[in-house]
Structure formats: C-alpha cells, structure tokens
Design a protein around this ligand. Structure first.
Ligand SMILES: [Zn+2]
Length: 323
C-alpha cells in the first residue's frame, strides 16, 4: 500500500508546486476533505484490495463523485471505496453521517428524514441499504462457554407510518394464527462470555433449524448452555457439543454458578426493548434489524457515525475481528 500513499501524496501536491509550505499543507488538507467518506475510503481499499479481482497493488486515480478513485494494477480497472458494496450509487453522501448518527440513536424514520433533509421514503430506503452489510456481519465462531436461547418477537402487519412504506398485507392462507395480524417469529441468540454475539431468525424451533444456524459457529470445542429447551439440546447432541441445561432461568446451582444464560437473556431484553420503537417489523426485514442491534452492541464504545458507515460498506465490527 506504499504505492497508494505515494500516489495520493503526489496528487495532493499537484498544481501547487510553487506554493509556500503553509499553502501546500492547506491544499492537502482540503483535498483529503474532498473524500465524502474521510479516511474510510483508504481503510476499505487497504483491507479489501481491488473489488474486481482482489489485487493488492492499487494506486490513487483522482476523484469522482466526491470520492477518491483508485486503479488496480492487476486488472487495470478503476473503483472507489463503495464499488460493489450496498452503498454504491447511493446519492447525497454529505448527509450520510447525519443518517448514521440517526441510526445509532435509533431515531424514527420521520425524525431521520427531517434530520437528513430527505423524503421519508428515501430515509426508509437508506436505512435498509445501510443495513445490508451489517445484516450479514456475524462472528464466524464463538469461544469457550456459549449461552444460547430462543426468544420470540411479534411481527405486526398493521400499516404504521413509523416503519413504512409498505401496505398492510393480506395474509391469505399463510397466517399461522388465523384471524390475527401478528405472528411470533423465533430468534436464536448465542453469546459467548466475551460478549461476541451470533443471532438468526429461525424458520421454526427445532434441532435442524438451530443446527443450520449454529453449524461451525459453535463446535465440540465449546460448552453450550441452554435452558433445557429441546431444539438447542438436540443440536448439541447431534453435533457432539458438551451441553448444560440450566435448571431454572436466572437460577444457577450453587455448585455450578457459571452455568447460566443470564447474558443471553439480557441481550434478548435489550433487543426487544429496542425493537419496540419500530412498532413491529416485517419478517423479511427482521435480519436487518438484528444486524442493526448486533452492530450497536459489537461496536460498543467505538461507535461513531464514521464507524457506522464503515459497517455499511462491509467493514463491520465482526469482519474486522476476523481479518
Ligand atoms: Zn483488480
């Protein structure tokens, strides 16, 4: 990446060969500011290389649409930090930091739209574009003791302004509870004692669904703790993972005080309380909201609008940990 830095240095200096030192520094500063993503552009390119061929020899190649442009020496193609990310071609980059801040604070669509000066339908589109990468940014493995449990969230089909636009849909013959416009959607959360958290929407609560979600994430090297529900126990048995059932939720035995699922249950509590503000989310969008919550927790103290944008272009907290 030395070539990249050199190329940028040359670019910052170009056109100001005769300028005094102070002027030149100012020009360089101005040039850096011209990238709407700040330092994120360089970080993305340094961590991922060329998005077309994964080549690592990359040089600066001017600017376009408010972003630094790069050129790959292997395939000869040009790109910017957003190329082949869900954020490519999204406009009004100067509003993205405001939008990121609104997402971190969990503001409603109406407030987000007002803050960013965009139409609420744009805010809705942005929200889900910003969430596409975080939705799949999950840890690839958990360490040591892993607590796992399912929870259920209510899906609402009522048309509400706060999480629209979509029309209340007819459920036809597919409603699981005839006559009700809500369903209970099972969510599996597995969390290790370092706080690394994996979650998934389950098609149903059984060993096969838990296995499809946790395969490779929780392995025989772990100790899995559950509340005695059959699905997680069945998965553990089939996968050969040591399993411990907690006798009663929140009440570990005095002989084994570490065998509890209090952390995962606390996560459930935070997730559901936070989800309340959206007044019900559509099942198809639920993975996005899980990713949103997971990213909020995983960034923790490092959470800032810039970090949120990094996550939106695919450099989320878990992806960084596995690099
Ligand atoms: Zn390339």
């Amino acid at each position: 990446m030395e070539a990249l830095k050199r190329a940028e240095g040359q670019e910052a200096r170009s056109g100001s060969e005769v300028a005094p030192e102070a002027e030149r520094a100012k020009a360089a500063k101005r040039d850096r500011r011209e990238d709407a993503l700040g330092t994120t552009s360089h970080e993305r390119v340094e961590s991922q290389g060329c998005p077309h061929c994964a080549g690592r020899e990359v040089v600066g190649w001017g600017r376009s649409h408010g972003l630094l442009r790069f050129r790959c020496k292997s395939c000869g193609r040009t790109f910017n930090a957003l190329t082949k990310t869900p954020m490519a071609h999204l406009r009004k980059k100067d509003r993205w930091l405001d939008h990121a801040r609104a997402m971190i604070e969990g503001k409603s669509l109406a407030k987000t739209a007002k803050l960013c000066g965009v139409h609420p339908t744009t805010a809705f589109r942005w929200r889900h574009r910003f969430l596409r990468a975080p939705a799949s940014d999950k840890p690839r493995s958990l360490r040591g003791i892993v607590e796992a449990d399912e929870t259920f969230v209510l899906e609402s089909f009522k048309g509400r302004w706060s999480d629209l636009p979509r029309k209340a849909r007819k459920r036809g013959g597919t409603a699981r509870h005839a006559g009700l416009y809500q369903d209970n959607i099972p969510i599996l959360v597995a969390r290790d004692r370092k706080g690394t958290t994996f979650d998934a929407v389950l098609p149903q609560v059984d060993g096969a669904s838990v296995g499809a979600a946790l395969a490779g994430v929780v392995t025989p090297g772990n100790h899995l703790i559950g509340d005695g529900g059959k699905a997680i126990a069945a998965f553990a048995r089939r996968a050969g993972i040591p399993f411990h059932a907690v006798p009663a939720p929140g009440k570990p035995t005095p002989e084994a005080p570490h065998l509890h699922i209090n952390n995962v249950n606390a996560y459930h509590g935070r997730l559901k309380q936070w989800l309340n503000r959206f007044n019900g989310v559509a099942t198809k969008n639920l993975p996005n909201y899980l990713g949103w919550r997971r990213a909020l927790e995983a960034w923790g103290d490092q959470l800032a609008p810039e970090a949120w944008i990094k996550g939106a272009i695919g450099n989320g907290p878990y992806q960084q940990l596995t690099l």
